[in-house]
Design a protein around this ligand. Structure first.
Ligand SMILES: Nc1nc2c(c(=O)[nH]1)N[C@H]1C(S)=C(S)[C@@H](COP(=O)(O)O)O[C@H]1N2
Ligand SMILES: [Mo]
Length: 347
């Protein structure tokens, strides 16, 4: 592809405000001050453990890369420095059987992600120690995180403590628990696997109007009458509710990341403590909806390709606290602030 004519942002992504790098995923590990080590094992000739200073004594490489989170936020031209995976592998020497590489975090849930080894090398994966000239902060995965360019950011594991070379693939945390796509190419929008619910189960569920506590990844529920839906604590990543009627629906503490809520009638809906990262609320009717405690990183209230006339509707009963809208993309934040200022009274 011609570098100059290629667009900078993959489809469905928007830029965060300059200097506002979101913190995503699990909390940083508690024992962060214990001496750090990176252990490498599996299909290699020279199993070894690396301290941070041992890594700093290997050849250091700088890369400038773009970050694309699956929940639709991007940052361009971020400068990382550390050890190229290819240089690291020269030390530990993979065997002929090594076909996959798994990156594991020192964290509560032993978070991990994997890649085919040839992809990891071709993408110039970096065992990163520094960002923008400073050691990576703990909240962003310091002292070591791997950086995989050209893949959604969930392939870049924070608090990296183990690298395992494998003969066959072992799915990572998000890929096995949350249906995240294992290839994760942002230019192909490989965000999620297809949902696992068959059509008949989906129809039965929709008729019951009770999704509470269920795992309904990528559910198709567009153009439905789902008023008073009960969906508290439901896992509804990537679900499609576009053009549906969801009056007073209860989505308390539900996971609606990347859900499609375009043109949905959400008057009086409850999104208290819900995860709406990357959700699309373009042209939704949000009069009387309550977003207290929800997470809106990467969410949209209007479609930038259409303009503010595609915006969601608010009234003075809509609850959208300042701290909830703070992390929105700059143009989304501006749109929401204007709507909140001039919103009509509800009934
Ligand atoms: N250990 C660990 N690494 C992780 C995650 C996580 O939850 N735990 N989340 C992933 C996801 S989904 C993203 S978008 C990035 C976020 O990195 P940041 O918090 O530095 O922006 O980390 C990735 N690596
Ligand atoms: Mo992410």
């Amino acid at each position: 592809m011609n570098q100059n004519s290629s667009p900078k942002l993959p489809p469905g992504q928007q830029l965060v405000a300059p200097g506002k790098w979101p913190i995503i995923g699990e909390r940083q590990p508690a024992a962060i001050d214990a001496p750090w080590s990176l252990q490498c094992y599996g299909e290699i000739s020279q199993p070894d453990t690396f301290s941070v200073s041992k890594l700093r004594n290997l050849p250091q490489t700088e890369i400038i890369t773009d970050i694309h989170c699956v929940t639709r936020w991007s940052m361009l031209q971020v400068k990382f420095r550390g050890v190229l995976l290819a240089d690291f592998l020269d030390v530990v020497r993979p065997t002929k059987q090594a076909k996959f590489i798994s990156f594991v975090a020192r964290s509560a849930r032993k978070h991990s992600s994997s890649l085919p080894l040839d992809v990891a090398i071709a993408q110039r994966t970096l065992l990163a120690l520094d960002v923008a000239g400073e050691p990576i902060s703990t909240e962003h995965g310091g002292p070591i995180r791997n950086i995989v360019s050209g893949r959604y950011f969930y392939k870049s594991v924070k608090w990296l403590t183990e690298i395992e070379l494998l003969a066959s693939d072992r799915l990572g945390f998000w890929e096995s628990e949350s249906g995240y796509h294992n290839n994760a190419d942002p230019w192909a929008e490989e965000r999620y696997l297809a949902g696992s619910i068959d059509k008949r189960d989906a129809a039965r569920l929709i008729a019951s109007k009770d999704f509470s506590n269920q795992n309904l990844l990528s559910l198709s529920a567009a153009n439905r009458e789902l008023n008073q839906l009960r969906a508290s604590q439901a896992a509804l990543r990537n679900a499609d509710f576009s053009h549906s009627s969801l009056l007073s629906a209860d989505f308390q503490a539900a996971n609606l990341s990347n859900a499609n809520l375009r043109h949905a009638d959400l008057r009086g809906a409850i999104f208290v403590d819900a995860d709406l990262e990357g959700a699309d609320l373009t042209a939704a009717d949000l009069r009387g909806a309550n977003f207290s405690g929800s997470s809106l990183i990467g969410a949209s209230f209007f479609d930038p390709a259409i303009g503010p006339e595609s915006g969601a509707r608010f009234d003075d009963q809509t609850i959208l606290p300042d701290e909830v809208i703070g992390p929105l993309f700059p143009q989304q934040l501006q749109f929401v602030r204007e709507q909140l200022l001039y919103r009509p009274p509800g009934c």
